[in-house]
Design a protein. Sequence first.
Length: 407
Amino acid sequence: MSTTHWTLAERAAKMNPSVIREILKVTERPGIISFAGGLPSSKTFPVAEFEAACAKVLRDDPAGALQYAASEGYAPLREQVAAMLSEQASAQVQHWDVDPGNVLITTGSQQGLDLVAKVLLDKGSRALVESPTYLGAVMAFVPMEPEVVSVTGNEEGIDLDDLRDKARDARFLYVLPNFQNPTGRTMSEAARAALSSTAAELGLPLMEDNPYGDLWFDTPPPPSLTARNPDGGIYLGSFSKVLAPGLRMGFIVAPSAVYPKLLQAKQAADLHSPGFNQRLIYEVSQDGFLARHVPTIRALYKSQRDAMLQALAMHFPDSASQPEQSLTWNTPAGGMFLWARLPAGMNAVDLLPHAVDKDVAFVPGAPFYASEPDTRSMRLSFVTPSVEEIHRGVAALAEAIREQQGH
């Protein structure tokens, strides 16, 4: 019998397993308190509403729901997305009249990243990202063989001088302005206005990813970047964080200059996102349900964020007075994550197995950097553990850190 020789494409060599997914396998061990996953709390899933929606869809339009469908997406859902974004912008005193014809329904917003990469990136082209940035975006970009370049920034936003230095011939700048994954930080209004005008001046497209924007705790975030210059931006949204990630439903809003090519890439990828799932999302979102449901998610996540902040302050009382000798962290105004930094001389990757031995897990921050990683950084998710588990997990993390320090 002859031996088959498989020759992989060059791009396949650039496809690597998700570091986070590999870490999550460890957290499946019974008894582990996980601050690692970026998973919404299953307590927020509106099960009864989805059960009713399933029955309604199968009763009213079974043929349409179970048949092949338009690649653009279910028309009523596209109209709903357009109306939702237009209304949201209007409430924020920012005019953005979204045309449903510019809305493309995707199989999760992760597919949106993949489609944009296929349409806009070539081998050797330049893609700009924040530092740090969402790991899943870099994973979507890398197979297209671009040069992924980090732009420096801070809690407020992007360093515009650094952006100008790196923007030449860049295909886009990818940003998560609201409660960013991994840091939880939010771009200020002043920083958004400055970035929008600078990008327009440079002719640099912005790719705005906003999966967490509805999960604010006290006040909504400033208006979106895309609303300020719709022809200069691509907007990615998701239903995963406010309804159910298992349905894999997201959307792109793209200007007419690139929408047709994104649609063609979508057709080649999967023909269309599941029509049944699209109808479920549409039905559940009717009659103001999201306006009633999302505040319950905000309240739950805020209470869990507060529990984590309280536990961190209790176990690391020297964080403010001796930041180089203690764990330090930020205070996110929404979303699912906070960003912490280990004491000087420590490495989060090295700490992780010791933490797991004490039944607590986190995600090291280094994989979120396209270049020059901060090995002391770590991402802590506060939305899936209970308040009691948060306190026990932070206590275990503190013990692991002090043992590594030799205290």
